[in-house]
Design a protein around this ligand. Structure first.
Ligand code: GAL
Length: 466
C-alpha cells in the first residue's frame, strides 16, 4: 500500500450525510477493559492487563483500570447515551476473563449474564449489538501457559467464542473475532509496551499466526451458530520518507508487517514474503498444514478497518534490528497524543485495500476512527468535530469511488483507560470525570447525533447500490 503522500489538508466536500448511501451504518466502539472496571467482581478472573498495570512504570502515572468508567455498573446510563446518539450499532467487547476466568472450562454464568443484559438493553433501545470477542484482555492463566505464543491459546479462544455465541447468538448476528492482532503482537509481545509486556522482537511472529488461527477456529463455531464473521485490523497507509530506493524498500517492509501480515492470509490465503525480516514463510515454525485454509478458506463476511493516522518510514541504519524507522509527519495538525491528522489517509487506505485485494475484499466497515484532545466538559470541541468530519468525508470519497464501505464506528463513546497512557488521552464523545465517573456529552456528541439524523432524513438513494 505505499503510495504518494496525501494532500495534508482535507478537500472541501459536500457534507457526508448527502453522499453516503441509505442504510450506511453509524456506530460507536468501546472495549471491555477500557470501560468496565469491576475487575474482581462476579467471578471475573485476572487478565494480562491486570498484571501489566501493576508493573512499575508500565502505565503512565501508575493508573489502573480497576474502576475505569465503571461501565459494569453504569451500563444502563451508557446505553441511554447510545440511544440518545441514535447510532444503528454499538461495538463493545466481551471480556474473556469474565466468561472463563482461567481461559478454559465451563462458563462463569454471572459473566455471561452481564453481556446478556447489555444485549437485551441495546436491542430494546434500537441499537444493534456488534461484539468483539477479543480486545487484548487474555486470561492471565493462559498467558502463564505461553499466551499467544502457543497454539493451544487459539483452541481455547474458539471454545470461549462458542460459549459466548451459545448465549448471545440468538440476538447477535455480527461478530468481530479479534481487535487489531497487529497492535497486540507488536506492542504486547514484540516491544513490551502493552500487556503482556514481552519484548521478543521478531520472535513474536508466532503471535500473529496463533491469533489468526484462533480467528479461523472461532469463525467456524460462530458460523455453525448462524453468525456472520468479521475481524478488525488496524491499517495504515505507508509512505517512504523519500524516493530513494532504500526508503521505498523500508516502506514496503513496514507495509508488509503492519498491513499485509494480517490481511493477506484472510483474503489471499497466504502470508506475505517476510524475507525483509529474515523470516521464512512459516512464521518461525508456527504454521502447520491446513492452517491457512482455516484462516482464509471461508471468506469473511466483513473486514473491520481501524484507522487513526498514516505512517512514514525511512530505511534504518545498518545493524538496526528492524529494516525501517519511523519519521514524523510534519505540516499537518496533531492530536493530543501527537498523532498526525490526515483524513485523506483513510480514503487512500480504503482505496488501497480495494486495489490490493480486488474482488476478494469483503465489504468493509470502519470499526475505529477517532482522536484524543484534552477538552474539558464545556469546551467547544472543534478539533474533535473537525477530525470526525474530515474522516467521515474521506469515507464518503472512497464510497464515491466504488469501495464497498458499509458503516463507520467512531472511537469512542467515553473517555476511558487508554492502555499505557492511563487516563491521559481523552477519545470520548462523552467527557468522563475520572474521580466521580460523571458523564458529560461533548459538542462532538451532539454533532455526531445530528449528522446521523441528517443522513437518515436526507440520504439520497444511490442507484449503484439499488
Ligand atoms: C486502538 C485500540 C483501542 C484504542 C484506540 C486509541 O488501537 O483498538 O482500544 O485504544 O486504539 O488509541
Amino acid at each position: 500500500m505505499p503510495h504518494e503522500p496525501s494532500a495534508p489538508a482535507p478537500q472541501p466536500h459536500e457534507p457526508p450525510p448527502n453522499r453516503l448511501p441509505p442504510g450506511f451504518r453509524w456506530g460507536v466502539s468501546t472495549s471491555a477493559y477500557q470501560i468496565e472496571g469491576a475487575t474482581t467482581e462476579d467471578g471475573r478472573g485476572r487478565s494480562i492487563w491486570d498484571t501489566f498495570t501493576e508493573r512499575p512504570g508500565a502505565v503512565r502515572d501508575g493508573h489502573t483500570a480497576e474502576n475505569a468508567c465503571d461501565h459494569y455498573h453504569r451500563w444502563r446510563e451508557d446505553v441511554a447515551l447510545l440511544a440518545g446518539l441514535g447510532v444503528d450499532a454499538y461495538r463493545f467487547s466481551v471480556a474473556w476473563p469474565r466468561v472463563q476466568p482461567g481461559g478454559r472450562g465451563p462458563a462463569n454464568a454471572a459473566g455471561l449474564d452481564f453481556y446478556d443484559r447489555l444485549t437485551d438493553a441495546l436491542l430494546a433501545a434500537g441499537v444493534r449489538p456488534f461484539p468483539t470477542l477479543y480486545h487484548w484482555d487474555l486470561p492471565q492463566e493462559l498467558e502463564d501457559a505461553g499466551g499467544w505464543l502457543t497454539r493451544d491459546t487459539a483452541r481455547r479462544f474458539a471454545d470461549y467464542a462458542a460459549l459466548v455465541a451459545d448465549r448471545l447468538g440468538d440476538r447477535v448476528r455480527d461478530w468481530i473475532t479479534l481487535n487489531e492482532p497487529f497492535v497486540h503482537m507488536a506492542f504486547g509481545y514484540a516491544l513490551g509496551v502493552h500487556a503482556p509486556g514481552r519484548a521478543l522482537l521478531l520472535d513474536a511472529l508466532p503471535v500473529a499466526h496463533h491469533q489468526l488461527l484462533g480467528h479461523g477456529l472461532a469463525s467456524a463455531s460462530l458460523r455453525e451458530r448462524g453468525g456472520r464473521v468479521h475481524l478488525a485490523n488496524n491499517c495504515t497507509p505507508v509512505t517512504p520518507a523519500s524516493d530513494a530506493p532504500a526508503d521505498r524498500k523500508a516502506a514496503d517492509a513496514y507495509d508488509t508487517l503492519h498491513n499485509r501480515l494480517f490481511n493477506d492470509p484472510l483474503m489471499n490465503g497466504s502470508y506475505p514474503d517476510l524475507s525483509a525480516y529474515g523470516a521464512g514463510d512459516d512464521l518461525r515454525g508456527a504454521l502447520r498444514d491446513g492452517d491457512l485454509d482455516l484462516i482464509g478458506g471461508t471468506p469473511l463476511d466483513g473486514l473491520g478497518v481501524n484507522y487513526y493516522n498514516p505512517t512514514r518510514v525511512r530505511a534504518a541504519p545498518a545493524g538496526a534490528g528492524l529494516p525501517f524507522e519511523d519519521v514524523p509527519i510534519d505540516g499537518v495538525p496533531h492530536t493530543a497524543f501527537g498523532w498526525p491528522v490526515v483524513p485523506g489517509g483513510l480514503r487512500d487506505l480504503l482505496l488501497g485495500l480495494r486495489e490490493r485485494y480486488g474482488d476478494r475484499l469483503p465489504p468493509l466497515t470502519v470499526t475505529e476512527n477517532g482522536c484524543s484532545y484534552d477538552d474539558g466538559p464545556g469546551a467547544d470541541d472543534t478539533d474533535r468535530i473537525g477530525y470526525l468530519d474530515g474522516h467521515i468525508g474521506a469515507v464518503a470519497d472512497a464510497v464515491a469511488r466504488g469501495v464497498d464501505v458499509r458503516g463507520y464506528f467512531t472511537w469512542t463513546l467515553l473517555d476511558n483507560f487508554e492502555w499505557a497512557e492511563g487516563y491521559h488521552q481523552r477519545f470520548g464523545l462523552v467527557h468522563v470525570d475520572h474521580e466521580t465517573r460523571t458523564r458529560t456529552p461533548r459538542a462532538s456528541y451532539a454533532w455526531y447525533r445530528d449528522l446521523i439524523a441528517a443522513h437518515r432524513a436526507g440520504a439520497r438513494p444511490d442507484p449503484a447500490r439499488a
